[in-house]
Design a protein. Structure first.
Length: 91
């Protein structure tokens, strides 16, 4: 069973990547109603997926639209550095 800290950390990664995706794909964001509850459902993490559904049900406001975002997986984070060079200074 995941701790609250693990849930937070995993959702932090998902939400950060979701925010990046929305910034890069504004047409995707246009489909999300104002004041909607967004529930991130990672297919490759069934435990977090279920926990997010439970949290969403507990926190949903009356009449609030809910948007479920199916996420196949999150690609490994890669560095964006280009040709880094090490330079050693003698002691």
């Amino acid at each position: 069973m995941m701790t609250d800290e693990e849930i937070f950390e995993r959702n932090l990664i998902l939400s950060t990547e979701f925010d990046r995706y929305v910034l890069e794909h504004p047409e995707f964001a246009e489909k999300i109603p104002v004041n909607a509850q967004i529930v991130l459902l990672p297919e490759d993490d069934p435990e977090l997926r279920q926990k997010n559904i439970e949290i969403a049900k507990a926190q949903r406001e009356s009449g609030q639209p809910v948007i479920y975002v199916q996420i196949e997986k999150v690609a490994p984070q890669m560095s964006r550095l280009i040709n880094p060079v090490l330079r050693t200074e003698a002691a």
